[in-house]
Design a protein around this ligand. Structure first.
Ligand code: FO1
Length: 320
């Protein structure tokens, strides 16, 4: 079976670990990673979601913080801070900086982000084919509102410095209109047997992937079933601050509202089926009323076994 996953960082990598564990030897997994919150900082290119997925699949991620490398040190970061370079609230670990330097060097040598990721994927046996959503540079800018009025801010500043506490008015992706799916992305969607939307942030992780011109068309056209997994369980976001992002775009933080936001594929949306938690069983009729098949399953990803059980449920929903 050809499995295609659209994924953000932490939720996307936990889910992908589950899919990898649940998949059989003959299955082929392609992961399309969000690159909408990538950035340049201190002269290097950061790809937070891509790196979270690579590190998690390689087993070298910091599971406690949810980003960066396990056991990393911060000597270079301290030196950068002493120079007043970078952002004082944004930590670049030493091992992590090795990744950013390698990537930036290859980009400077003329490689595309897809080629860079292909090269990075060879270091560890990841067990999946990892693609960026696009080779174009696309940013995520949040317009925030405070007592002084509205002002734009890079998503990473809003997320890591302000912990999403500044009221977001809107999210914009400069560069998106000119972006195209990275080579292989549209083909992988077209040739997939099942497409899975990871339980990642619908606004700033899955949203940018679906916004790349061409990706929604590929989803509409594929013969594969498209199955999404709710990132909200029992009305609570599993991780991160997705509820604040959802509120800013007028979507309630509950499993059926998010399904309706993605929409039924039969009526121009993204989904054929939607996995919602056992805690949200009462919302299943609302999901079905939106034209999306509701599948109730345990959604908590506590470890690889529970992630794999969730992945099996999602793959099962895709086979039906
Ligand atoms: N998140 C933080 O909360 N604080 C940090 O200092 C931080 C540093 C960092 C460095 C590299 C990287 O790839 C990711 C990093 N993150 C950090 C995580 C990341 O910025 C966000 O959690 C995601 O982009 C949201 O999806």
């Amino acid at each position: 079976m050809r499995i295609l996953i659209l994924a953000g960082g932490v939720g996307g990598s936990k889910f992908t670990l589950g899919v990898r564990a649940a998949a059989g030897h003959d299955d082929h997994i392609t992961v399309v990673a969000n690159t909408g919150d990538d950035l340049w900082l201190s002269g290097v290119r950061l790809q937070p979601d891509v790196d979270s997925i690579v590190y998690a699949l390689a087993g070298v991620n910091d599971t406690h913080r949810g980003w960066g490398r396990a056991g990393d040190t911060e000597r270079v970061n301290e030196e950068l801070q002493a120079w007043g370079a970078g952002w004082p609230w944004f930590t670049l670990g030493d091992l992590d900086l090795g990744t950013h330097l390698a990537r930036t060097g290859w980009l400077r040598d003329g490689a595309t982000p897809t080629q860079v990721l292909d090269r990075m994927s060879r270091r560890w046996p990841l067990g999946v084919h990892l693609l960026p959503m696009t080779d174009s540079e696309v940013d995520t800018i949040v317009t925030v509102r405070d007592q002084d009025g509205e002002r734009p801010m890079h998503f990473q500043e809003w997320w890591t410095r302000w912990r999403a506490a500044l009221e977001p008015v809107r999210f914009e992706n400069p560069g998106m209109a000119e972006a195209r799916p990275a080579p292989g992305v549209a083909e992988a969607i077209a040739n997939a047997d099942v497409v899975l939307l990871a339980p990642s942030n619908p606004v700033v992780s899955i949203g940018p992937i679906l916004a790349v011109p061409g990706i929604r068309d590929a989803l509409t056209a594929t013969r594969a079933a498209v199955v999404g997994v709710s990132p909200v369980i029992g009305g609570r976001v599993v991780r991160g601050m997705a509820d604040v992002c959802l509120a800013a775009i007028g979507v309630e933080s509950n499993a059926s509202a998010i399904a309706a936001h993605y929409g039924a594929r039969a009526s121009g949306g993204a989904l054929d089926a939607w996995l919602l938690g056992e805690e949200d069983e009462a919302l299943a009729p609302e999901v079905e009323a939106a034209g999306i098949r509701a599948v109730v399953a345990p959604l908590w990803m506590r470890d690889e076994a529970t992630s794999a059980a969730l992945a099996s449920a999602a793959l099962g929903a895709g086979r039906r």
